[in-house]
Design a protein around this ligand. Structure first.
Ligand SMILES: Nc1ncnc2c1ncn2[C@@H]1O[C@H](COP(=O)(O)OP(=O)(O)OP(=O)(O)O)[C@@H](O)[C@H]1O
Ligand SMILES: O=P(O)(O)OC[C@H]1O[C@H](OP(=O)(O)OP(=O)(O)O)[C@H](O)[C@@H]1O
Length: 217
């Protein structure tokens, strides 16, 4: 194990806020702000390696130790249930897991009687656990995106998905009928790195805590 700290950064929705908190925590992230297609950067001065990943792959990189640390949504952590250590709630990337149904189904209360409906989702474990706890045996249909499409075209009766502003649901005539849990971005660590690189990781956690505290004042 070398003395570099490797950090997995999610592309997409969480990218900008992640870069921002790292910069404010004192790291030089200039290279990550260029319009580049490079997926791996090394900053020799900070002795940090940056790995640019798909958000859903972050827990895998961290679990295997390809990255010591990762930034990822709580939704993804819960869904994947990997053997990683959750260190910090970063507060940004706020969204909610909901069950949503077509407006009409919500209005006539039909969805509450449904015990064997089809549920489209990107998060089968979350959906399965939720409905099991409700005593409902739904058929979970795994999709990889644009989940809101499923009820519109008859693929499913309902969906389990994350909602932030609610715009996507509204524009597709869907209504949230139950909240499963709230999610924000988290800092996760590989279990071995967390022990062996604590001299690098602990100061960064301290800095990040301060940054997150300030951003939420
Ligand atoms: N609309 C949103 N508002 C706030 N946070 C969101 C929103 N959508 C997603 N997130 C958060 O950002 C994380 C990454 O979402 P993003 O849409 O960038 O990637 P993805 O398409 O889900 O991942 P992948 O490309 O690996 O399938 C989510 O897991 C969630 O925590
Ligand atoms: O409430 P809103 O602010 O409209 O945001 C919610 C949307 O954001 C996420 O989609 P994402 O952009 O991750 O795309 P995806 O459908 O491919 O997962 C989520 O799956 C919703 O579709």
């Amino acid at each position: 194990m070398d003395d570099y700290l490797s950090i997995a950064i999610p592309k997409g929705t969480l990218y900008k806020d992640t870069i921002r908190v790292l910069r404010e925590a004192g790291l030089n992230v200039d290279e990550l702000e260029t319009d580049s297609r490079k997926l791996f950067f090394v900053n020799e001065e900070d002795r940090v390696k940056y790995i640019i990943c798909r958000p859903t792959d972050i827990p895998t990189f961290v679990e295997y130790g390809a990255a010591d640390l990762g930034f990822v949504g709580k939704d993804t952590i819960v869904e994947q249930n990997k053997d990683v250590y959750e260190l910090l709630d970063l507060k940004y990337g706020a969204c909610r897991f909901v069950v949503a149904v077509p407006e009409k189904t919500a209005q006539d209360g039909q969805w509450e009687q449904m015990t064997h409906a089809r549920v489209a989702t990107k998060f089968p474990r979350v959906a399965q656990n939720y409905f099991a706890a409700e005593g409902k045996q739904m058929e979970i249909i795994k999709l990889h995106g644009n989940i809101e499409l499923a009820p519109l075209v008859g693929l499913s009766e309902m969906i389990v998905d994350i909602v932030s502003t609610g715009r996507t649901l509204r524009e597709n005539n869907l209504v949230a009928v139950a909240e499963i849990f709230k999610s924000t971005a988290r800092l996760i660590a590989n279990r071995v790195s967390h022990r062996l690189k604590n001299n690098r990781i602990n100061p960064l956690i301290g800095q990040l805590k301060e940054v997150v505290g300030k951003l939420n004042d």
